[in-house]
Design a protein. Structure first.
Length: 382
C-alpha cells in the first residue's frame, strides 16, 4: 500500500524538510488507532494503572547501596485474579486483606546474572491496600506465612524500623522483611554472598529509608473507583501504528511515566535523569513500537539525536532511511540485545513535532514500511 504525505513547513518541526511523496507503508494501516480499551469501566485495567502508579515510586537499587547498582527490571504483579507470587510476596496471606495493586522491581551488582548467581540481589515490592489496618495486618501475615515454612527461621529486628516484620535462617545469606507504611506494604527480599546478618539488616534498613519518602503523597485509588482509571489519558497509544490486539499488558501495551519506564532498564537512575533532563514526559509501549512524548519540538529533535547515539544494549549502525521522509533515521544492529525478545534487528526513529517514535523489526524492508506508516499516523494525529 502507498500513500501520499504532505509535509507542513512551519515552526521548528523537524519534518519541514520532508517533501510531498508517495510513501511505501506496505500492509500497515495509516489510520489512527482507536482507544476502545479505555472507553468502558474495567477492573483489570484499573488494577494495571494503579500498579503502574506504584512503579513510579519504587526505589532504585542503586539508591540503596552500590551492590545493587544494576536494574533487573520491574513488573506489575497484581491482576484481576489476585497477586502473583514473587520474591518476598505470596498471594495466599495477602488475599484476605484485599490488595488493590502491586509492583515489584529487582536489582543486583551486575546487569546479567545466571540462576546460579551467588552475589548481591535486592527485590522491593509495593502493595497497596484499602487502609492502614489492612496493610499492617498483611505485613504480619506475610512474615508469619514465610516464617512458618521452616522451623529454623528466626525473627530479626531492623534498625530504626521496629514495626518491620522480618526473619532469616541462620547461615543462609538472605533476609525477608515487610513493613506497612500507611496503606502500602513494602516487601523487601535481599541476598548476599555471605550470611552476615548485620549487613543484611543494614541493607533492609537502607531500603526503607530510601523507599518511604518516595511514597509521600501517594493515595491509593479506592477499589470502587479503580475501574474508571484510564491507561492512556493523552491518547498516546492511538498515535502508534496498530499492529496488535490492544490487550492491556505492562510490557506490551501500556503508558509509563519517565521514572516508571526507567525501572524497566539496567540503569534506572541514569535513565531517569536522562529522561528528566531531555524533556521526556511519557512513554507509550505497543508491541515493537515506542512513542516518547516530549516537552516540545526542540526536545524531540535533541532526544532523537540522543537515541541515535545511545539506543539500547544493542549496537546499531546507520542504514538507508525511508524514501520521501528524510527526517526518519534507520539503523541495523551489529550486536543483538540479549535482554530483549522479539524483533530488534532493524530500527527506525521518527521525530514529529513534540513526539519521537521508535520502531523495530527483524526485516529491513518491513522496518521501513512500518516507519513510513508511523510517520503518516503521527502527521494525521492532530
Amino acid at each position: 500500500m502507498t500513500i501520499v504525505v504532505t509535509a507542513v513547513a512551519c515552526g521548528s518541526d523537524s519534518q519541514a524538510a520532508d517533501h510531498d511523496q508517495t510513501l511505501d507503508v506496505g500492509s500497515y494501516s495509516t489510520q489512527r488507532a482507536d482507544s476502545a480499551f479505555d472507553d468502558q469501566p474495567s477492573r483489570a485495567r484499573g488494577i494495571l494503572v494503579e500498579s503502574l502508579r506504584l512503579g513510579e515510586r519504587i526505589v532504585f537499587g542503586s539508591d540503596v547501596a552500590p551492590e545493587f547498582q544494576a536494574g533487573h527490571g520491574g513488573n506489575v504483579i497484581a491482576t484481576a485474579g489476585g497477586i502473583r507470587n514473587s520474591d518476598g510476596v505470596f498471594a495466599p496471606p495477602l488475599a484476605p486483606h484485599h490488595p488493590l495493586a502491586a509492583y515489584i522491581a529487582a536489582s543486583a551488582e551486575t546487569p546479567y546474572i545466571s540462576e546460579y548467581h551467588k552475589g548481591y540481589t535486592l527485590s522491593v515490592a509495593l502493595v497497596a491496600f484499602p487502609d492502614e489496618q489492612s496493610a499492617a495486618a498483611a505485613a504480619v501475615d506475610m512474615n508469619q506465612n514465610d516464617f512458618a515454612a521452616n522451623a529454623k527461621n528466626q525473627a530479626v529486628g531492623i534498625p530504626d524500623y521496629p514495626a518491620a516484620q522480618s526473619h532469616w535462617r541462620p547461615g543462609v545469606p538472605n533476609l525477608g522483611s515487610w513493613l506497612a507504611w500507611k496503606s502500602v506494604l513494602i516487601a523487601v527480599y535481599v541476598e548476599a554472598p555471605q550470611a552476615n546478618l548485620d549487613q543484611l539488616t543494614g541493607f533492609v534498613a537502607r531500603t526503607y529509608e530510601q523507599q518511604i519518602p518516595k511514597l509521600d503523597g501517594y493515595v491509593p485509588t479506592p477499589a470502587d473507583q479503580q475501574p474508571m482509571l484510564k491507561l492512556d489519558r493523552d491518547k498516546l497509544l492511538s498515535r502508534l501504528v496498530s499492529t496488535g490486539s490492544q490487550v492491556l499488558d505492562p510490557r506490551q501495551f501500556a503508558v509509563y511515566s519517565p521514572r516508571g519506564y526507567a525501572v524497566l532498564g539496567t540503569s534506572p537512575a541514569a535513565d531517569a535523569r536522562d529522561y528528566d533532563s531531555k524533556g521526556v514526559k511519557a512513554i507509550a509501549v505497543s508491541d515493537n513500537k515506542y512513542l516518547y512524548q516530549m516537552r516540545d519540538a526542540d526536545a524531540a529533535r535533541d532526544f532523537t539525536a540522543h537515541l541515535t547515539d545511545v539506543p539500547t544494549v544493542s549496537k546499531y549502525i546507520p542504514m538507508r532511511g525511508v524514501a520521501g521522509a528524510p527526517s526518519i533515521a534507520c539503523f541495523k544492529a551489529t550486536q543483538p540485545n540479549p535482554t530483549v525478545a522479539g524483533a530488534r534487528q532493524f530500527r527506525c526513529l521518527i521525530p514529529y513535532e513534540r513526539f519521537v517514535a521508535e520502531v523495530f523489526s527483524d526485516q529491513e524492508s518491513d522496518v521501513r514500511q512500518l516507519a513510513a506508516a508511523q510517520y503518516a499516523v503521527l502527521k494525521g494525529s492532530k
